[in-house]
Design a protein around this ligand. Structure first.
Ligand SMILES: Nc1ncnc2c1ncn2[C@@H]1O[C@H](COP(=O)(O)OP(=O)(O)OP(=O)(O)O)[C@@H](O)[C@H]1O
Length: 465
């Protein structure tokens, strides 16, 4: 199987709908953000970003640029505003997860940038002229080359393609991705080394020698990832998502968690990569409503696919599908277009471990871990977003952190623990939010419905056996 085949199955889906990108447009308190697009257009920001870098050291004159942009917030993309620290989006103040090499700039905590602005020539030399034998991956929007910098460091050079977009849109998307990837810092998320924008747009990333999980899992018939490794990958991805949703300075929704976007280090530490679709989500907003709807077939949560609703639970659903891939060894969508979720649901309900486990494992797996993974997957792929656990709970479920406690708790308490959000939180979230178009309270009622309680009870019994 070629790299292209591995990375392109399932293929990207873009579903255009005439929905308002309301949360992207409205500022806090419902105001529309107004700004001079000339001053902060993607090209303008890119030029500022590049010109703010000291050619010798590669360091940004960050504070200066930040102050300039703070005065002129642009409405064109939340991610870009956030990257440069501007605008009216409330910042998350977190004690944990804050980078030590960060700086206070007024109201903002900005990481001190350590990435470098490469010239095109440097990257051309590093990749032997972007030769085909250096091509290590190809996604819907980029080609990725292995390269070696002048100091010997091996890197992955991501060349942004997006032929269908005009320059302004490409610059905007590039800045958004750069902004998010430069902002994050966790063992389970991709590491930015630098970028280049003088001839085309490039991200320079830490090279991950084992490539993507898609290649490791689906690359060849005899390619076999042991269960221990799969479980380690699952926990790594869950921790990375927990960080993005709850522990980094801002709330980040990845929107494209797939096996192709999980990279593996030589000791199989998972890294979440490809932040091309990621969104900042302001603290007080229940969700964003986005258009067009972009993502990957088989991983998209129903409320996202149908209505463009995006919040943490979008990633939780996709993580559930990823877990099913690790459990079953099947693709999110198979060659006959069957969805893994639909295939797996009856087996999850019947707790059919033998039926669902990847036959290539040859029965070599830890049954307790397998059941935990199955249970976690079944809760993550719940069709109602409010009934999916948050990523904090997912990590606990996978690690079995609350298994013993659960036996001693009442049913109500157990359900609360499984879900991660309290009813109170959920109701607060669902009331008075500007961005709600679908009545989340319907979900809250379902949360108490006898059918759901029976279902959850049954699942919990299975996992505790
Ligand atoms: N840092 C890296 N180290 C090793 N391989 C990488 C790295 N980054 C990307 N790749 C390989 O390149 C492939 C494509 O990369 P990426 O997903 O970032 O591209 P994309 O065009 O943005 O993808 P998508 O279609 O998901 O939008 C990955 O699936 C992986 O196989």
């Amino acid at each position: 199987m070629t790299i292209e085949e591995c990375n392109n199955i399932p293929r990207k889906h873009r579903k255009k709908k005439n929905l308002e990108t309301e949360a992207c447009r409205a500022g806090k308190g419902g105001e529309k953000e107004t700004a001079s697009a000339e001053e902060t257009s993607p090209r303008g920001v890119l030029e500022m970003l590049v010109s703010g870098i000291d050619d010798k050291t590669g360091d940004l004159h960050w504070k200066k640029k930040l102050c300039h942009v703070k005065r002129t917030p642009s409405p064109w993309r939340i991610s870009t505003i956030s990257m440069i620290g501007g605008g009216k989006i409330p910042l998350r103040r977190r004690m944990h997860g804050r980078r030590s090499n960060s700086e206070d700039v007024g109201d903002f905590i900005m990481p001190k940038p350590s990435w470098k602005n490469f010239s095109y020539e440097e990257l051309r030399q590093a990749t032997h002229g972007f030769s085909s034998d250096k091509l290590i991956g190809k996604g819907g929007h980029a080609e990725v080359y292995k390269g070696q910098l002048y100091d010997g460091q091996v890197v992955a050079v991501k060349k942004i393609m997006k032929e269908e977009k005009n320059d302004e849109e490409k610059n905007g998307d590039f800045l958004a991705e750069l902004g998010i990837i430069a902002h994050i810092d966790h063992p389970n998320t991709a590491k930015l080394i630098g970028f280049s924008s003088d001839q085309g747009l490039y991200l320079v990333l830490q090279y991950l020698p084992y490539g993507s999980l898609a290649i490791a899992l689906h690359g060849s018939e005899d390619c076999r990832l042991e269960w221990d490794t799969r479980y380690k990958v699952a926990i790594g991805v869950a921790k990375g998502l927990q960080y993005l949703h709850s522990n980094c300075q801002r709330r980040i929704i990845h929107r494209d968690i797939t096996a192709s976007n999980i990279l593996l280090s030589e000791d199989y530490e998972a890294q979440i990569s490809d932040f091309g679709l990621a969104k900042w989500l302001p603290e007080s907003w229940a969700h964003l409503v986005v258009s067009p709807i972009e993502g990957t077939f088989g991983y998209m949560a129903p409320e996202y696919f149908m209505h463009g609703l995006v919040n943490e639970k979008t990633d939780v659903f996709a993580f559930g599908v990823l877990l099913l891939e690790l459990i079953t060894g099947r693709r999110a969508v198979d060659s006959s277009s069957q969805s893994l979720v639909m295939w797996a649901k009856p087996h999850l309900e019947n707790n059919s471990v033998d039926e669902i486990a990847d036959p290539r494992l040859g029965g070599n797996y830890n049954v307790v871990e397998m059941k935990r993974a199955m249970f976690t997957a079944s809760t993550c792929i719940h069709h109602l977003p409010t009934l999916r656990p948050n990523m904090i709970r997912v990590v606990q479920l996978l690690k079995g952190d609350n298994g013993l406690d659960m036996k001693q708790k009442s049913m109500g308490e157990r359900i609360q623990m499984m879900k991660g959000d309290s009813m109170q939180d959920m109701k607060q979230k669902s009331m008075g939010e500007r961005t709600l178009h679908i009545d989340v309270c319907d979900d809250v009622e379902d949360y108490d419905s006898p059918a759901y309680l029976t279902d959850l009870n049954r699942h919990m019994q299975l996992v505790m056996e």
